[in-house]
Each structure stands twice: as structure tokens, then as C-alpha cells.
Design a protein around this ligand. Structure first.
Ligand SMILES: [Zn+2]
Length: 114
């Protein structure tokens, strides 16, 4: 008995296994549990990955925009032009945007490594 990689999910499984214990990929028929072929599973996984990456990139962009908007308002309106409440809110938005952006960048980094 030796260990091979599942062609679908790349997890390590026994070469005696008929079905991958991780993703239910059938090694006998070469199809997934729902009858999808290896190529279909691979393209599906690739698409899901692309969507996830796109979503993370959009989130990073939103954080950056929020941060920049806070800075731009602060730059053009200045502290005097704003009431205490809106000044606080605008600073909060900028801080939130910066944190959001950094967290999402970090998540993207982890995602790309995986
Ligand atoms: Zn598998």
C-alpha cells in the first residue's frame, strides 16, 4: 500500500482506496460523487478560487476607498469645517478602512499561499 495524491483535491490518500475520503472523488470511475469528471471538478474548483480571490480584492479595494475618502475629506474640509460628530465619524471611517484594507490584504496573502 502506498500513498498517492487525490487527482481532485490533492489530499494524500491510499492507492487502494476506491473513493477519496476527503472529496468523495471516485478513483475507479475517475469522477466525483455527483458524476462530474476530473476536468469538471478542477474547473469548478478553479472558478470558486477565482471568485473568492475577486471577492477579497473587492473588499481590499472598498477598505482602501473608505480610508482614502476619510483622508480626502479631512484634507479638503479640515477639522474646522466639520462638526465634532462628523469629524469623529470621518476619522473612524478612515481608521476602519485602513484596518479593513490591511486585514483583507493579509487574507489575500494567505489565500495565495494556500
Ligand atoms: Zn479528493
Amino acid at each position: 500500500m502506498s500513498i498517492i495524491k487525490c487527482p481532485s483535491c490533492k489530499e494524500r490518500i491510499s492507492d487502494k482506496a476506491k473513493i477519496c475520503s476527503h472529496c468523495q472523488f471516485s478513483l475507479v470511475k475517475g469522477t466525483g460523487a455527483d458524476g462530474a469528471t476530473q476536468e469538471q471538478i478542477a474547473s469548478k474548483a478553479k472558478l470558486a478560487r477565482m471568485k473568492k480571490r475577486y471577492s477579497l480584492q473587492m473588499q481590499a479595494m472598498s477598505g482602501l476607498i473608505l480610508f482614502l475618502a476619510g483622508i480626502v475629506i479631512w484634507y479638503f474640509v479640515g477639522e474646522k469645517g466639520l462638526t465634532k460628530t462628523s469629524h469623529f465619524m470621518q476619522l473612524g471611517a478612515a481608521a476602519l478602512g485602513a484596518i479593513w484594507y490591511l486585514i483583507t490584504r493579509f487574507r489575500l496573502l494567505l489565500f495565495k499561499k494556500s
